[in-house]
Ligand binder design. Sequence first.
Ligand code: S3P
Length: 438
Amino acid sequence: MSDHLDWISHASGPLRGEVIVPGDKSISHRAIMLAALAEGTSHISAFLEGEDTRATAAIFRAMGVRIETPSASQRIVHGVGLHGLAKPDAALDCGNSGTGMRLLAGLLAGQRFDTTLVGDESLSRRPMQRVIEPLAAMGARIDAQPGDLPPLRIGGGMSLCGFEYTPPIASAQVKSSVLLAGLYAAGETEVREVHPTRDYTERMLATFGWPIEFSPGRARLCGGHRLRAAEVNVPGDFSSAAFFIVAATLVPGSELVLRGIGLNPRRTGLLRVLRAMGADIGEENRREQGGETVADLVVRHAPLVGIEVSIDQVPDMIDEFPVLFVAAAAASGRTMIRGAAELRVKESDRIAVMANGLRALGIHVIETPDGAMIEGGTFGGGRVDSVGDHRIAMSFSVAGLIAKDAVRIADCANVATSLPGFVELANASGFALAANPA
Ligand code: S3P
Protein backbone atom coordinates (compact mmCIF):
# COMPACT_ATOMS: atom_id res chain seq x y z
CA MET A 1 0.00 0.00 0.00
CA SER A 2 2.84 2.35 0.76
CA ASP A 3 4.72 1.44 -2.47
CA HIS A 4 5.37 4.54 -4.46
CA LEU A 5 3.67 4.55 -7.83
CA ASP A 6 3.21 7.34 -10.34
CA TRP A 7 1.06 7.37 -13.46
CA ILE A 8 1.24 9.21 -16.77
CA SER A 9 -2.04 9.79 -18.57
CA HIS A 10 -2.05 10.89 -22.22
CA ALA A 11 -4.74 12.13 -24.55
CA SER A 12 -6.52 9.27 -26.26
CA GLY A 13 -8.92 8.55 -29.06
CA PRO A 14 -12.50 7.50 -28.45
CA LEU A 15 -13.27 5.10 -25.61
CA ARG A 16 -15.21 2.11 -26.87
CA GLY A 17 -16.34 -1.34 -25.87
CA GLU A 18 -17.54 -2.82 -22.60
CA VAL A 19 -16.28 -2.39 -19.08
CA ILE A 20 -17.05 -4.63 -16.15
CA VAL A 21 -16.05 -2.88 -12.94
CA PRO A 22 -15.47 -4.88 -9.75
CA GLY A 23 -18.06 -5.27 -7.00
CA ASP A 24 -19.27 -2.46 -4.77
CA LYS A 25 -16.92 -1.59 -1.92
CA SER A 26 -19.58 -0.56 0.61
CA ILE A 27 -21.61 -3.71 -0.01
CA SER A 28 -18.54 -5.98 0.05
CA HIS A 29 -17.52 -4.68 3.52
CA ARG A 30 -21.01 -5.23 4.90
CA ALA A 31 -21.36 -8.66 3.33
CA ILE A 32 -18.18 -9.90 5.07
CA MET A 33 -19.21 -8.38 8.41
CA LEU A 34 -22.70 -9.82 8.52
CA ALA A 35 -21.68 -13.19 7.04
CA ALA A 36 -19.06 -13.48 9.80
CA LEU A 37 -21.70 -12.87 12.49
CA ALA A 38 -24.32 -15.10 10.89
CA GLU A 39 -25.12 -18.68 11.72
CA GLY A 40 -24.15 -20.93 8.82
CA THR A 41 -22.12 -20.61 5.65
CA SER A 42 -22.59 -17.58 3.40
CA HIS A 43 -21.50 -17.27 -0.22
CA ILE A 44 -20.46 -13.89 -1.58
CA SER A 45 -19.92 -13.46 -5.30
CA ALA A 46 -18.57 -10.47 -7.26
CA PHE A 47 -16.84 -9.48 -4.01
CA LEU A 48 -14.48 -6.51 -4.38
CA GLU A 49 -10.98 -7.90 -4.02
CA GLY A 50 -9.53 -4.52 -3.00
CA GLU A 51 -7.18 -3.67 -0.17
CA ASP A 52 -9.94 -2.09 1.95
CA THR A 53 -12.28 -5.07 1.80
CA ARG A 54 -9.42 -7.53 2.20
CA ALA A 55 -8.44 -5.67 5.37
CA THR A 56 -11.97 -6.18 6.71
CA ALA A 57 -11.86 -9.90 5.85
CA ALA A 58 -8.45 -10.23 7.55
CA ILE A 59 -9.88 -8.62 10.70
CA PHE A 60 -12.60 -11.26 10.95
CA ARG A 61 -10.07 -14.02 10.29
CA ALA A 62 -8.07 -12.62 13.22
CA MET A 63 -11.22 -13.05 15.34
CA GLY A 64 -11.60 -16.70 14.41
CA VAL A 65 -13.84 -16.58 11.32
CA ARG A 66 -12.92 -19.03 8.54
CA ILE A 67 -13.16 -17.30 5.16
CA GLU A 68 -12.39 -19.24 2.00
CA THR A 69 -11.36 -17.61 -1.28
CA PRO A 70 -12.32 -20.02 -4.08
CA SER A 71 -11.56 -17.24 -6.58
CA ALA A 72 -10.61 -13.56 -6.41
CA SER A 73 -14.23 -12.44 -6.51
CA GLN A 74 -15.76 -15.13 -4.31
CA ARG A 75 -15.80 -15.60 -0.58
CA ILE A 76 -17.24 -18.44 1.46
CA VAL A 77 -17.69 -17.25 5.02
CA HIS A 78 -18.24 -19.73 7.85
CA GLY A 79 -20.20 -17.55 10.23
CA VAL A 80 -19.63 -17.88 13.97
CA GLY A 81 -22.91 -16.32 15.17
CA LEU A 82 -23.49 -12.97 16.84
CA HIS A 83 -21.51 -13.93 19.97
CA GLY A 84 -18.96 -16.27 18.39
CA LEU A 85 -16.04 -13.93 17.63
CA ALA A 86 -12.79 -14.68 19.47
CA LYS A 87 -10.45 -12.14 21.04
CA PRO A 88 -7.75 -11.25 18.51
CA ASP A 89 -4.07 -11.51 19.48
CA ALA A 90 -3.11 -8.10 18.09
CA ALA A 91 -4.50 -4.75 16.98
CA LEU A 92 -6.89 -4.94 14.02
CA ASP A 93 -5.65 -3.07 10.96
CA CYS A 94 -8.30 -1.31 8.86
CA GLY A 95 -5.70 -0.05 6.38
CA ASN A 96 -7.03 2.96 4.45
CA SER A 97 -10.67 2.27 5.16
CA GLY A 98 -12.89 4.70 7.07
CA THR A 99 -15.86 2.42 6.40
CA GLY A 100 -14.02 -0.52 7.93
CA MET A 101 -13.00 1.37 11.06
CA ARG A 102 -16.26 3.19 11.71
CA LEU A 103 -18.54 0.20 11.14
CA LEU A 104 -16.28 -2.08 13.15
CA ALA A 105 -16.24 0.38 16.05
CA GLY A 106 -20.00 -0.17 16.43
CA LEU A 107 -19.82 -3.90 15.98
CA LEU A 108 -16.87 -4.39 18.35
CA ALA A 109 -18.45 -2.20 21.04
CA GLY A 110 -20.84 -5.11 21.61
CA GLN A 111 -18.19 -7.83 22.11
CA ARG A 112 -17.08 -9.39 25.40
CA PHE A 113 -13.39 -8.68 24.72
CA ASP A 114 -11.25 -5.56 24.23
CA THR A 115 -10.00 -4.64 20.77
CA THR A 116 -7.84 -1.97 19.16
CA LEU A 117 -8.47 -0.60 15.67
CA VAL A 118 -5.56 0.95 13.78
CA GLY A 119 -5.23 2.36 10.27
CA ASP A 120 -2.72 3.73 7.79
CA GLU A 121 -1.40 7.30 7.77
CA SER A 122 -4.46 8.74 6.03
CA LEU A 123 -6.99 6.89 8.20
CA SER A 124 -5.04 7.89 11.32
CA ARG A 125 -5.89 11.52 10.51
CA ARG A 126 -9.63 10.97 10.05
CA PRO A 127 -12.14 12.07 12.70
CA MET A 128 -13.70 9.34 14.82
CA GLN A 129 -15.67 11.52 17.21
CA ARG A 130 -18.68 11.11 14.92
CA VAL A 131 -18.95 7.43 15.93
CA ILE A 132 -17.44 7.62 19.42
CA GLU A 133 -20.10 10.07 20.61
CA PRO A 134 -23.24 8.06 19.73
CA LEU A 135 -21.63 4.74 20.67
CA ALA A 136 -20.64 6.15 24.08
CA ALA A 137 -24.25 7.29 24.52
CA MET A 138 -25.26 3.64 23.98
CA GLY A 139 -22.86 2.59 26.76
CA ALA A 140 -19.71 1.78 24.78
CA ARG A 141 -16.24 2.56 26.09
CA ILE A 142 -13.96 3.83 23.33
CA ASP A 143 -10.66 5.61 23.83
CA ALA A 144 -9.08 7.51 20.96
CA GLN A 145 -5.98 9.63 20.49
CA PRO A 146 -6.11 13.40 21.11
CA GLY A 147 -8.44 14.98 18.57
CA ASP A 148 -10.56 11.79 18.55
CA LEU A 149 -8.20 10.15 16.09
CA PRO A 150 -7.31 6.47 15.65
CA PRO A 151 -6.14 4.10 17.04
CA LEU A 152 -9.40 3.31 18.81
CA ARG A 153 -9.34 1.16 21.93
CA ILE A 154 -12.73 -0.44 22.37
CA GLY A 155 -13.63 -1.86 25.77
CA GLY A 156 -15.36 -5.24 25.81
CA GLY A 157 -18.04 -6.53 28.15
CA MET A 158 -20.12 -3.34 28.17
CA SER A 159 -23.91 -3.46 28.32
CA LEU A 160 -25.25 -1.43 25.43
CA CYS A 161 -28.67 0.22 25.42
CA GLY A 162 -30.81 1.01 22.40
CA PHE A 163 -30.68 4.64 21.29
CA GLU A 164 -32.54 7.09 19.11
CA TYR A 165 -30.04 9.14 17.13
CA THR A 166 -30.08 11.88 14.52
CA PRO A 167 -26.51 12.27 13.23
CA PRO A 168 -25.45 15.91 12.80
CA ILE A 169 -23.81 15.06 9.46
CA ALA A 170 -25.05 12.95 6.55
CA SER A 171 -23.01 9.76 6.99
CA ALA A 172 -23.87 6.17 6.17
CA GLN A 173 -20.84 5.12 8.18
CA VAL A 174 -22.16 6.78 11.33
CA LYS A 175 -25.67 5.39 10.79
CA SER A 176 -24.26 1.91 10.18
CA SER A 177 -21.98 2.02 13.20
CA VAL A 178 -24.93 2.82 15.47
CA LEU A 179 -27.13 0.15 13.86
CA LEU A 180 -24.43 -2.51 14.21
CA ALA A 181 -23.99 -1.63 17.90
CA GLY A 182 -27.78 -1.85 18.09
CA LEU A 183 -27.59 -5.58 17.26
CA TYR A 184 -25.96 -6.04 20.68
CA ALA A 185 -28.04 -3.46 22.56
CA ALA A 186 -31.00 -3.99 24.85
CA GLY A 187 -34.13 -2.52 23.30
CA GLU A 188 -34.67 -0.45 20.22
CA THR A 189 -32.12 1.53 18.20
CA GLU A 190 -33.33 4.09 15.70
CA VAL A 191 -31.38 6.38 13.38
CA ARG A 192 -33.13 9.33 11.76
CA GLU A 193 -31.34 11.25 9.06
CA VAL A 194 -31.88 14.78 7.81
CA HIS A 195 -30.38 13.77 4.43
CA PRO A 196 -30.90 10.07 3.70
CA THR A 197 -27.67 8.16 3.00
CA ARG A 198 -26.92 4.80 1.38
CA ASP A 199 -29.03 2.09 3.00
CA TYR A 200 -26.79 -0.93 2.42
CA THR A 201 -26.48 -1.86 6.09
CA GLU A 202 -30.26 -1.88 6.43
CA ARG A 203 -30.72 -3.95 3.26
CA MET A 204 -27.94 -6.35 4.17
CA LEU A 205 -29.36 -6.86 7.69
CA ALA A 206 -32.70 -7.76 6.10
CA THR A 207 -30.94 -10.16 3.69
CA PHE A 208 -29.32 -11.90 6.66
CA GLY A 209 -32.71 -12.24 8.35
CA TRP A 210 -32.52 -9.53 11.03
CA PRO A 211 -35.89 -7.81 11.57
CA ILE A 212 -35.45 -4.16 10.58
CA GLU A 213 -37.78 -1.37 9.49
CA PHE A 214 -36.34 1.20 7.16
CA SER A 215 -37.31 3.89 4.72
CA PRO A 216 -35.29 6.83 3.33
CA GLY A 217 -33.93 8.73 6.33
CA ARG A 218 -35.06 6.26 8.98
CA ALA A 219 -33.93 2.85 10.25
CA ARG A 220 -35.10 1.00 13.34
CA LEU A 221 -34.14 -2.36 14.84
CA CYS A 222 -34.06 -4.20 18.17
CA GLY A 223 -31.19 -6.16 19.70
CA GLY A 224 -31.34 -9.84 20.52
CA HIS A 225 -32.11 -11.50 17.18
CA ARG A 226 -29.94 -13.75 15.00
CA LEU A 227 -28.31 -13.39 11.62
CA ARG A 228 -28.70 -16.30 9.22
CA ALA A 229 -26.29 -17.17 6.42
CA ALA A 230 -27.18 -15.76 3.01
CA GLU A 231 -26.04 -15.53 -0.60
CA VAL A 232 -24.87 -12.10 -1.71
CA ASN A 233 -24.17 -11.20 -5.34
CA VAL A 234 -22.48 -7.80 -5.17
CA PRO A 235 -23.44 -5.26 -7.89
CA GLY A 236 -20.79 -3.33 -9.84
CA ASP A 237 -19.50 -0.32 -7.89
CA PHE A 238 -21.07 2.91 -9.15
CA SER A 239 -18.16 4.91 -7.75
CA SER A 240 -15.71 2.89 -9.87
CA ALA A 241 -17.98 3.21 -12.91
CA ALA A 242 -18.01 7.00 -12.39
CA PHE A 243 -14.48 7.43 -13.80
CA PHE A 244 -15.48 5.65 -17.01
CA ILE A 245 -18.77 7.55 -17.23
CA VAL A 246 -16.97 10.89 -17.11
CA ALA A 247 -14.16 9.69 -19.39
CA ALA A 248 -16.56 8.54 -22.14
CA THR A 249 -18.55 11.75 -21.78
CA LEU A 250 -15.46 13.91 -22.25
CA VAL A 251 -13.63 12.14 -25.10
CA PRO A 252 -15.19 12.88 -28.52
CA GLY A 253 -16.50 9.86 -30.41
CA SER A 254 -16.72 7.62 -27.32
CA GLU A 255 -19.36 5.02 -26.66
CA LEU A 256 -18.80 2.83 -23.63
CA VAL A 257 -21.05 0.18 -22.08
CA LEU A 258 -20.68 -0.41 -18.34
CA ARG A 259 -22.23 -3.72 -17.33
CA GLY A 260 -24.14 -4.48 -14.13
CA ILE A 261 -23.71 -1.22 -12.25
CA GLY A 262 -25.51 -0.79 -8.91
CA LEU A 263 -27.96 2.10 -9.18
CA ASN A 264 -29.07 2.59 -5.59
CA PRO A 265 -30.53 6.13 -5.68
CA ARG A 266 -28.43 7.12 -2.66
CA ARG A 267 -25.33 6.56 -4.81
CA THR A 268 -26.28 7.96 -8.19
CA GLY A 269 -26.33 11.72 -7.62
CA LEU A 270 -23.53 12.03 -10.18
CA LEU A 271 -25.79 10.57 -12.91
CA ARG A 272 -28.41 13.20 -12.20
CA VAL A 273 -25.88 16.03 -12.12
CA LEU A 274 -24.07 14.91 -15.29
CA ARG A 275 -27.36 14.53 -17.16
CA ALA A 276 -28.34 18.03 -16.09
CA MET A 277 -24.97 19.20 -17.49
CA GLY A 278 -25.81 17.58 -20.84
CA ALA A 279 -24.34 14.07 -20.56
CA ASP A 280 -25.74 11.27 -22.70
CA ILE A 281 -26.07 8.28 -20.37
CA GLY A 282 -28.58 5.56 -21.19
CA GLU A 283 -29.69 2.62 -19.04
CA GLU A 284 -30.38 -0.86 -20.40
CA ASN A 285 -31.35 -4.20 -18.85
CA ARG A 286 -32.54 -2.72 -15.57
CA ARG A 287 -32.84 -5.66 -13.18
CA GLU A 288 -32.66 -6.71 -9.54
CA GLN A 289 -29.47 -8.26 -8.19
CA GLY A 290 -29.27 -9.23 -4.53
CA GLY A 291 -31.94 -6.72 -3.54
CA GLU A 292 -30.33 -3.84 -5.48
CA THR A 293 -31.27 -2.35 -8.84
CA VAL A 294 -28.52 -2.77 -11.42
CA ALA A 295 -28.39 -1.79 -15.09
CA ASP A 296 -25.97 -1.54 -17.99
CA LEU A 297 -25.03 2.08 -18.61
CA VAL A 298 -24.41 3.25 -22.16
CA VAL A 299 -22.35 6.44 -22.18
CA ARG A 300 -21.76 8.51 -25.32
CA HIS A 301 -19.63 11.61 -25.69
CA ALA A 302 -21.53 14.85 -25.11
CA PRO A 303 -20.48 18.44 -24.44
CA LEU A 304 -21.13 19.55 -20.87
CA VAL A 305 -22.20 22.88 -19.44
CA GLY A 306 -21.39 24.10 -15.95
CA ILE A 307 -23.99 23.74 -13.21
CA GLU A 308 -24.86 24.77 -9.70
CA VAL A 309 -24.85 21.45 -7.84
CA SER A 310 -27.87 21.28 -5.57
CA ILE A 311 -26.92 20.78 -1.91
CA ASP A 312 -29.55 18.02 -1.74
CA GLN A 313 -27.52 15.93 -4.19
CA VAL A 314 -24.31 16.08 -2.13
CA PRO A 315 -24.81 12.95 0.05
CA ASP A 316 -25.89 10.96 -3.03
CA MET A 317 -22.60 11.67 -4.79
CA ILE A 318 -20.22 12.17 -1.89
CA ASP A 319 -17.52 9.89 -3.37
CA GLU A 320 -17.85 11.29 -6.89
CA PHE A 321 -16.75 14.89 -6.35
CA PRO A 322 -13.15 14.37 -7.49
CA VAL A 323 -14.33 13.18 -10.89
CA LEU A 324 -17.09 15.78 -10.99
CA PHE A 325 -14.38 18.45 -10.53
CA VAL A 326 -12.77 17.09 -13.70
CA ALA A 327 -16.09 17.08 -15.60
CA ALA A 328 -16.77 20.64 -14.42
CA ALA A 329 -13.31 21.78 -15.52
CA ALA A 330 -14.01 20.40 -19.01
CA ALA A 331 -17.51 21.93 -19.21
CA SER A 332 -18.30 25.29 -20.71
CA GLY A 333 -19.08 27.88 -18.08
CA ARG A 334 -18.93 27.80 -14.32
CA THR A 335 -19.77 25.05 -11.82
CA MET A 336 -20.58 25.85 -8.18
CA ILE A 337 -20.34 23.25 -5.44
CA ARG A 338 -21.60 24.04 -1.93
CA GLY A 339 -22.50 22.12 1.21
CA ALA A 340 -19.72 19.56 0.70
CA ALA A 341 -17.42 20.28 3.67
CA GLU A 342 -17.29 16.51 4.34
CA LEU A 343 -14.95 16.28 1.34
CA ARG A 344 -12.26 17.80 3.52
CA VAL A 345 -12.18 14.74 5.81
CA LYS A 346 -12.19 11.94 3.24
CA GLU A 347 -9.07 9.92 2.35
CA SER A 348 -7.60 13.39 1.72
CA ASP A 349 -8.92 16.95 1.78
CA ARG A 350 -10.55 16.43 -1.58
CA ILE A 351 -11.49 20.09 -2.10
CA ALA A 352 -7.92 21.34 -1.60
CA VAL A 353 -6.22 18.48 -3.43
CA MET A 354 -8.51 18.67 -6.48
CA ALA A 355 -8.28 22.47 -6.59
CA ASN A 356 -4.45 22.33 -6.47
CA GLY A 357 -4.29 19.67 -9.15
CA LEU A 358 -6.71 21.43 -11.49
CA ARG A 359 -4.79 24.69 -11.09
CA ALA A 360 -1.58 22.86 -11.98
CA LEU A 361 -3.30 21.88 -15.24
CA GLY A 362 -4.35 25.47 -15.99
CA ILE A 363 -7.93 25.48 -14.72
CA HIS A 364 -9.30 28.40 -12.72
CA VAL A 365 -10.69 27.14 -9.39
CA ILE A 366 -11.67 29.03 -6.27
CA GLU A 367 -11.90 26.98 -3.09
CA THR A 368 -14.53 27.74 -0.48
CA PRO A 369 -14.78 26.14 2.98
CA ASP A 370 -17.51 23.77 1.79
CA GLY A 371 -17.00 23.54 -1.96
CA ALA A 372 -15.52 25.24 -4.97
CA MET A 373 -16.16 27.38 -7.99
CA ILE A 374 -14.71 25.82 -11.12
CA GLU A 375 -14.42 27.73 -14.39
CA GLY A 376 -14.49 25.38 -17.38
CA GLY A 377 -11.42 25.54 -19.61
CA THR A 378 -8.81 23.48 -21.40
CA PHE A 379 -6.44 21.13 -19.59
CA GLY A 380 -2.75 21.71 -20.22
CA GLY A 381 -0.31 19.02 -19.21
CA GLY A 382 1.46 19.01 -15.90
CA ARG A 383 2.21 17.30 -12.66
CA VAL A 384 -0.41 16.69 -9.98
CA ASP A 385 -0.22 14.99 -6.61
CA SER A 386 -2.97 12.56 -5.62
CA VAL A 387 -1.54 12.52 -2.06
CA GLY A 388 -2.30 8.81 -1.94
CA ASP A 389 -6.04 9.28 -2.46
CA HIS A 390 -7.35 6.60 -4.84
CA ARG A 391 -10.24 8.59 -6.24
CA ILE A 392 -8.05 11.64 -6.90
CA ALA A 393 -5.52 9.55 -8.81
CA MET A 394 -8.22 8.02 -11.02
CA SER A 395 -9.91 11.40 -11.56
CA PHE A 396 -6.71 12.97 -12.89
CA SER A 397 -6.16 10.01 -15.20
CA VAL A 398 -9.50 11.04 -16.76
CA ALA A 399 -8.28 14.64 -17.11
CA GLY A 400 -5.23 13.33 -18.98
CA LEU A 401 -7.49 11.92 -21.72
CA ILE A 402 -8.31 15.41 -22.95
CA ALA A 403 -5.21 17.33 -21.87
CA LYS A 404 -2.91 19.04 -24.38
CA ASP A 405 0.13 17.34 -22.82
CA ALA A 406 0.82 14.42 -20.53
CA VAL A 407 -0.62 14.55 -17.02
CA ARG A 408 1.76 13.04 -14.47
CA ILE A 409 0.05 11.84 -11.32
CA ALA A 410 2.03 11.12 -8.15
CA ASP A 411 1.29 8.58 -5.43
CA CYS A 412 -1.25 6.28 -7.08
CA ALA A 413 -0.65 2.97 -5.25
CA ASN A 414 -3.77 3.36 -3.10
CA VAL A 415 -5.96 2.90 -6.17
CA ALA A 416 -5.70 -0.77 -5.17
CA THR A 417 -7.86 -0.01 -2.11
CA SER A 418 -10.99 0.33 -4.26
CA LEU A 419 -10.19 -0.55 -7.87
CA PRO A 420 -7.23 -2.87 -8.33
CA GLY A 421 -6.61 -3.41 -12.02
CA PHE A 422 -7.80 0.11 -12.92
CA VAL A 423 -4.86 0.71 -15.28
CA GLU A 424 -5.57 -2.46 -17.29
CA LEU A 425 -9.33 -1.85 -17.30
CA ALA A 426 -8.85 1.77 -18.37
CA ASN A 427 -6.37 0.95 -21.13
CA ALA A 428 -8.63 -1.83 -22.46
CA SER A 429 -11.36 0.77 -22.97
CA GLY A 430 -9.01 3.26 -24.70
CA PHE A 431 -7.18 5.24 -22.02
CA ALA A 432 -3.46 5.83 -22.59
CA LEU A 433 -2.34 5.36 -19.01
CA ALA A 434 1.12 4.16 -18.03
CA ALA A 435 2.16 3.11 -14.58
CA ASN A 436 5.62 4.38 -13.92
CA PRO A 437 7.17 3.24 -10.64
CA ALA A 438 9.23 6.18 -9.40
C1 S3P B 1 -19.53 4.78 2.95
C2 S3P B 1 -20.09 5.98 3.32
C3 S3P B 1 -19.54 7.28 2.88
C4 S3P B 1 -18.60 7.14 1.70
C5 S3P B 1 -17.64 6.01 1.87
C6 S3P B 1 -18.38 4.69 2.05
C7 S3P B 1 -20.13 3.53 3.45
O1 S3P B 1 -18.81 7.87 3.95
O2 S3P B 1 -17.90 8.34 1.48
O3 S3P B 1 -16.79 5.90 0.74
O4 S3P B 1 -19.82 2.45 2.92
O5 S3P B 1 -20.95 3.62 4.39
P1 S3P B 1 -19.51 8.83 5.04
O6 S3P B 1 -20.37 8.00 5.90
O7 S3P B 1 -18.35 9.42 5.80
O8 S3P B 1 -20.25 9.86 4.24
